[in-house]
Write a protein that binds this ligand. Sequence first.
Ligand SMILES: [Fe+2]
Ligand SMILES: [Fe+2]
Length: 296
Amino acid sequence: MFRIAHISDLHLLSLDGARMLDFANKRWIGGLNLLSNRSRHYQSERFEAAIEDMKGQNIDHVLCTGDITNLAFKQEFEFAKSLFEKFSLPPSEVTVLPGNHDAYVKKGAEHFHEIFQEHFVSDDGMAQWPLLRTRGNISIVGLSTSLQTPWFTAYGVVGKEQLTKLDAMLAAIPAGQLKLVALHHPVVGKPAESRIRGLKDREALVEVLQKYEVDVVLHGHEHRSILSFAGKIPVLGVPSGTYSLDKPNRRASYRVLTIEGNKITKVERRFINQAGDYESLAESDSVEGWHKVVVA
Ligand SMILES: [Fe+2]
Ligand SMILES: [Fe+2]
């Protein structure tokens, strides 16, 4: 049995966050607005609570699908890294992908690469995209859709080069492996189609995912629970792991996938209840069950 925890969109902010604004940067006005809103609604303590909760959940691997920071400053990545060190798992078992916020400023990608590198090293020892981490019968593939975008936009792009590598990577995965693909942006439906915050080359990506019959796609970015399908492939969007308001499909949560052999046998969402404790919401135990959830 193997248990994967999927968490996303932490938007971690320390109290130093407001002080660390780089006023030389042209984006500082947008940044200030964003920080004052974010600090109210995205609480770093909730990430620490999730890390604690995971310790009692027999989690073998954590998958974080990006937006770990707000403005992609070096200090934010350093603060985020200090929290990621609280996991009882080594970085090889805590996979982290970048989101659009992690490339908010130009140097974001560089900082992410430097500070979070050990969280996306592949089986072959390389830290590049797409990543491949093989854990028994499970092939975890991670993409980066993160790039600096114009003001007030938050879209993502996989890019031709990464797509070509993904095709070759999926082709080389032996038969019988469970193929799990993770990325920050959604791949289907209205959220993915948005010109402002969707995924530009989603159709080309879905074509590759279907060609190799990927078993499941995990994403973040929407800050709400979304269960959708790319053809037959279930696509699961997890809410933010640190959001403070208690709306059912937005409450701070992480999702747990239980895998036996090469089959997903259980999907649940762990969320913080009104009393501040984590609670489990069984979502389904089968792909057929997810179909029902989506139709309902
Ligand atoms: Fe986000
Ligand atoms: Fe995002």
